[in-house]
Design a binder for this molecule. Structure first.
Ligand SMILES: Cc1cc2nc3c(=O)[nH]c(=O)nc-3n(C[C@H](O)[C@H](O)[C@H](O)COP(=O)(O)OP(=O)(O)OC[C@H]3O[C@@H](n4cnc5c(N)ncnc54)[C@H](O)[C@@H]3O)c2cc1C
Length: 287
């Protein structure tokens, strides 16, 4: 439970962190809240030669509404998201989800950027960014770019981030009238990680669902969208029977994880139950 030796440096800005990453090479890692990286280092699953601490960087540690988008800095902690009035008023489902992450210690230290970069298959935010069609903004030595959430998670603990790139902020839609979102999670009783979590965003116009996004975390190697459910809902009235039919099969158990906590069949069942609950709540909120 003792990590390998490493060097520690503190970055004062994103630009400095980018140049420290390039200076220290591929064995260097960013340290944000440390609530995924430090446990991995203690188990010697990760052995960076240098830690570049980005937790004190003040740029990108705030939350602000920018037109019809809500921008959350990468270094914002889960606790800040949980209690932010701006988040509650603009995209309340994020505050609800953040309140279900781990325990108070984890929420006080863990950050939005750290969670997305780590891409744990059982983390909560991956389902949220997919369902909400978030844009993930990054900076690196070749400049800045934004990555659509749909393109961000590429595999187990793998993302579309290139070497040396840092997540700076994430932009979410402000949920207007007619749009409802919800997150339902079956937490592991010890860690609170999602055995399965389902996030949804529904747009309702004239009593019919004009757009639906349904995303699942915890169930497979990476979070994914349940596109068959989305198609079944679009153009139809989001009533209980339509939602029940659409969520009868959210995922094929052949594609799901099976472990000590839950078999693939049980995870498939949870996907259906949680998707139905989340969609019913989102439909209520959109009305
Ligand atoms: C007991 C326990 C319970 C937990 N329960 C949950 C849970 O229920 N749900 C959940 O979602 N998570 C849970 N977590 C994980 C927690 O949310 C982590 O804090 C989070 O996943 C990582 O964020 P961090 O800021 O701590 O990142 P760190 O651990 O500091 O970093 C994680 C990885 O991301 C990289 N990184 C960090 N910031 C950036 C950035 N801005 N740009 C690019 N790369 C970056 C680091 O180099 C590292 O590789 C739990 C953790 C623990 C220890």
């Amino acid at each position: 439970m003792i990590p390998n030796n490493f060097e520690y440096v503190r970055a004062g800005s994103v630009q400095e962190a980018v140049s420290l990453l390039s200076q220290h090479g591929e064995d260097a890692k960013l340290l944000a809240g440390g609530h995924s990286l430090i446990p991995a280092m203690k188990f010697r699953l990760s052995a960076p030669s240098t830690l570049i601490d980005v937790s004190g960087i003040s740029e990108f540690s705030g939350i602000k509404k920018n037109g019809d988008r809500l921008e959350i800095g990468a270094f914002v902690t889960h606790r800040t998201v949980e209690f932010s009035d701006e988040v509650k008023n603009s995209c309340g489902v994020l505050a609800e989800a953040a309140s279900q992450i781990g325990d108070p210690l984890v929420r006080n230290r863990g950050t939005l950027g750290g969670s997305l970069a780590h891409a744990d298959p059982a983390a909560d935010y991956p389902a949220l960014v997919l369902a909400l069609a978030a844009e993930i903004h990054v900076s690196g030595k070749s400049g800045s770019r934004s990555i659509a959430a749909d393109d961000f998670f590429t595999g187990l603990f793998e993302t579309a981030l290139s070497d040396g790139e840092i997540i700076t902020k994430v932009s979410f839609p402000v949920l207007d009238k007619g749009v409802g979102a919800a997150y339902e999670k079956f937490p592991h009783p010890a860690s609170r990680f999602a055995v399965v979590g389902v996030a949804v965003m529904l747009t309702i116009a004239g009593g019919k669902c004009s757009a639906a996004r349904v995303a699942v975390t915890g169930a497979a190697a990476t979070a994914f969208r349940a596109t068959d459910v989305e198609t079944a809902l679009t153009g139809n009235s989001p009533d209980e029977s339509t939602i029940s039919d659409a969520t009868a099969k959210v995922a094929d158990s052949n594609d799901l994880l099976s472990d000590l906590f839950a078999s693939a069949n049980y995870r498939a069942h949870l996907c259906s139950v949680l998707a139905k609950r989340a969609l019913l709540r989102a439909a209520e909120r959109a009305r």
